[in-house]
Design a protein around this ligand. Structure first.
Ligand code: IVH
Length: 649
């Protein structure tokens, strides 16, 4: 084989591979493929300098990493708001049409897998990054290269981020689990876990064996000229990516509902698991106009498929004591497989619910599992009773510390602040992801630390030393070092994490962010009036916060000294200018990205809104300004061209 033949062979192999993995339409046999592949391997061995990046040999996973490094996405990876029924769709459409009444929608499946961001530079795949927290993920390029439906090179030279979902086909999932069972390994609960787990293997040869599949659903940073999402996606597919099993451009409620029905009806016949349909505004300019809330895009929504139900038997009711002392009953049921997940327990929320639904031990019940939500009992089949069922007795004492329980509205509560379960759960919460995100504090370790007496409260965590840890059973040097390291890393984090980690009742992640932004370190001195003035914070939260601060002032100070969290920087007040304090709407194509102009105006103290109303002070318009311009004129809102805006500044 000479170099020209080598290049031709690569092209031939990649074409065969594309037909097999991307187009689902094989045009040769394994034998023919293997023969040519082998010749390519031989050529590369004798001519290592001539190696082509696009060669299929570059997909074999023979890399073992020590761990994954963190990597920033070029632009944020968002998540989606969920809706569950016709009413939800109607509400979402009303909201969306208020922002722009003239849009159409691109509908495609919501795949149940793991999200992945691919970065191509100069037409070459340079990075594969997991979603992570949306801003920073893990770099798993070596593993990503083993996925045959991901092209190693594309005919698109500018930098582009292609986003999509990595899934495992249902048939493949069953094969893997059978194999794991035969080898005495734990089986994966569902295809989603199997895909996510396979993607994060340190040994990429394991990833290679799992036959993962990539389905693109969008782009991040891009320079594509298309005005419609549907055109962008067609272009992405044309670069050599798999197309979705179903997609449609729709106008309005009826058409969305119709395609949703089709996908839901057909979902069993698709190779991959779907958990809904994603509806996206098709016009890119409208997408930019609508923008994002703190969490999700306004221009897109996940319309979930109905949950799946099964009949099973209640075997036992166990009691869990949470960090707030709330005692929650949990039903243990006869294990039953619902849409690929083995369900063994169902939440019951509280004892009122048991009474209301009249759930008894031994009852046949219908349980419902919907996506990520913990399964719940929706109905007792009372006509199936034979008299052997046993009523559930409401406990009077804490199952953990045996102190008397108090009924607080519907909740049963353990009042004992030192109850083992409460303390252990509070420590777990302190270390959890949306709090201080401390690795290595799983339930087993926290229980061991607590039982040994080394850690009686979160403050004690920071007095741990190597000597102390090594005295504990199961702690070797490495594990102890890792834990001390993670604890060290808990320092210097964002302040909202610190507030959230305190575990103040009713104050969660969103409220913690609000408090951090509005008050910074001074949140402990805020008055009730000041607290309630913050958006999204009500009376109950304010009271709970004030009470917490009153009782725990000393602990808060101590923790803050230990953890040295970062005080959020306040945006400096803008100097006087025509836009300060004004509400501004942007529309049409401008000389810079709309995001950049928005940021500039915000730094001048303006509020940039997505929709025109009587309250709008200025509409700033670029080329191809549409309905917003007309509406502004109608409402007598002052309109400015981009240049006029610049002159005013
Ligand atoms: S779009 C701008 N489209 O669902 C919004 N996401 O619940 C970005 N997902 O993290 C997401 N199929 O991993 C989009 N067709 C699809 C999807 C999809 C699956 C996942 C994705 C995302 C999660 C949000």
């Amino acid at each position: 084989m000479n170099n020209t033949e080598y290049k031709q062979a690569i092209e031939q192999l990649n074409l065969w591979s594309k037909h097999y993995y991307v187009l689902d339409d094989p045009i040769t046999t394994d034998e023919v493929y293997d023969k040519l592949y082998h010749e390519v391997v031989e050529y590369e061995q004798s001519n290592p300098d001539a190696l082509d990046k696009n060669s299929p040999t570059q997909r074999v996973g023979d890399m073992i990493s020590e761990g994954f490094t963190k990597e920033s996405h070029l632009s944020r990876m968002w998540s989606l708001e969920d809706i569950f029924d016709k009413e939800g769709l109607e509400k979402w459409l009303t909201k969306t049409y208020k922002l722009d009444s003239n849009v159409s929608f691109y509908c495609e499946p919501k795949y149940d897998g793991a999200s992945l961001n691919l970065v191509y530079e100069n037409g070459v795949l340079v990075k594969g990054i997991t979603r992570g927290d949306g801003t920073i993920g893990e770099l798993i390029t070596q593993n990503v290269k083993t996925i045959k439906s991901i092209p190693l090179t594309i005919e698109h030279k500018e930098t582009i981020e292609i986003r999509g979902e990595v899934v495992i086909f249902k048939s493949e999932f069953e094969k893997i689990n059978k194999l794991r069972q035969a080898e005495g390994e734990a089986v994966f609960a569902n295809p989603r876990n199997a895909a996510a787990g396979s993607l994060r293997q340190l040994d990429s040869s394991i990833t290679a064996k799992r036959n993962l599949v990539f389905l693109p659903y969008g782009v991040g940073v891009d320079t594509l000229p298309h005005k419609l999402l549907s055109e962008k996606m067609e272009y992405i597919y044309s670069l050599g990516f798999r197309e979705p099993p179903q997609r449609a451009i729709t106008k309005g409620y009826d058409e969305i509902e119709a395609i949703y029905e089709v996908m839901n009806k057909d979902r069993d016949s698709y190779d991959m698991m779907l958990d809904g349909m994603v509806v996206k505004v098709n016009e890119i300019a409208a997408q930019i106009d609508m923008g994002y809330t703190v969490k999700v895009p306004r221009f897109s929504v996940a319309y979930k498929f109905p949950a799946v139900e099964k009949i099973t038997t209640v075997k036992e009711i166990i009691l869990q004591v949470g960090r707030t002392g709330a005692v929650t009953p949990v039903a243990i049921v006869e294990p039953t497989n619902i849409d690929g997940v083995v369900v063994e327990r169902a939440t019951l929320h509280n004892f009122d619910e048991i009474e209301r639904k009249d759930i008894r031990l031994g009852d046949k019940v219908i349980i419902l599992r919907s996506g990520d939500v913990i399964p719940k009992i929706i109905k007792v089949l009372t006509h199936e009773r034979d008299g052997s069922e046993v009523e559930v007795v409401k406990p009077t004492h804490c199952p953990v510390c045996d102190k008397e329980l108090l009924q607080e509205e519907v909740l049963l509560k353990c009042q004992n602040l030192e109850c083992d379960a409460r303390v252990v759960n509070a420590i777990m919460y302190f270390a959890s992801k949306p709090c201080l995100n401390i690795d290595g504090l799983g339930v087993k370790i926290v229980e061991a630390l607590f039982k040994s007496g080394l850690v009686k409260s979160v403050v004690d965590l920071f007095d741990l030393s190597l000597e102390k840890l090594l005295e504990l059973e199961g702690f070797k040097e490495k594990k102890a070092h890792n834990l001390l390291n993670s604890l060290h890393n808990a320092k210097g984090q964002e302040y909202w994490r610190f507030i959230n980690a305190l575990g103040i009742e009713h104050v969660g992640e969103v409220a913690s962010k609000t408090l951090a932004e509005n008050f910074g370190f001074a949140f402990v001195n805020a008055t009730k009036e000041q607290i309630i003035e913050c958006e999204g914070i009500g009376e109950e939260m304010a009271e709970s916060l004030l009470e917490f601060v009153r009782v725990n002032a000393e602990t808060i100070t101590k923790l803050q000294t230990i953890l040295e969290p970062l005080e959020p920087v306040k945006r400096e007040e803008a100097k006087e200018n025509p836009f300060k304090g004004k509400t501004v709407v942007l529309t049409g194509t401008m000389s810079e990205s709309r995001g950049a102009i928005k940021e500039m105006l915000e730094s001048l103290g303006a509020k940039v809104s997505g929709s025109i109303s009587k309250k709008t002070d200025f509409l700033i318009y670029g080329e191809d300004a549409g309905s917003k311009y007309d509406k502004a004129v109608k409402l007598d809102v002052k309109t400015l061209t981009e240049n006029e805006m610049k002159e005013l500044i």
